[in-house]
Design a protein around this ligand. Sequence first.
Ligand code: FE2
Ligand code: FE2
Length: 160
Amino acid sequence: MTFFEKFNEQMNFELESAFIYRTMAAYVAEQDMDGFEHFFNLQVQEEVMHSDDFKNTLQRLGQPVKYRPLDPGNGEFEGFLDVFKKALEHEKLVSSKIKELYEESLNQPERYATVFLQKYLDEQVEEEETFTKIVTQLERINGNWTGLYQLNALLGRRAE
Ligand SMILES: [Fe+2]
Ligand SMILES: [Fe+2]
């Protein structure tokens, strides 16, 4: 795969991330956790924005844009802790892909892609931080409904 084919794949993977977060939103909504649902819906929007950002960059650089079928995963989870653990695992996978892409961008003749990807290195630190925090909170809550509803209310106030 050439650098820009990989870059294009990241555009698809960001959209696939949105699809995966949709399955998580659906899972928590089924259990009436509106705050968790709101959190994942915003997460979906964010990933769609990331995908568009990659697409716009490809177009700006005169590169082709190719969409592929997306895999949402099986959408099966074993409780709220499992959902957020899988979200964290997913973000770690995204981080490793972004790092690889960044490394490869250093061999490109112009610096545009490198500068662009730097933003996403920062973004991934934030994403991993967010999900690590929630996983820790859920581990401490340990299935207690009072704690779960408090976290549900807190995540329901996520603004962006
Ligand atoms: Fe993303
Ligand atoms: Fe993300």
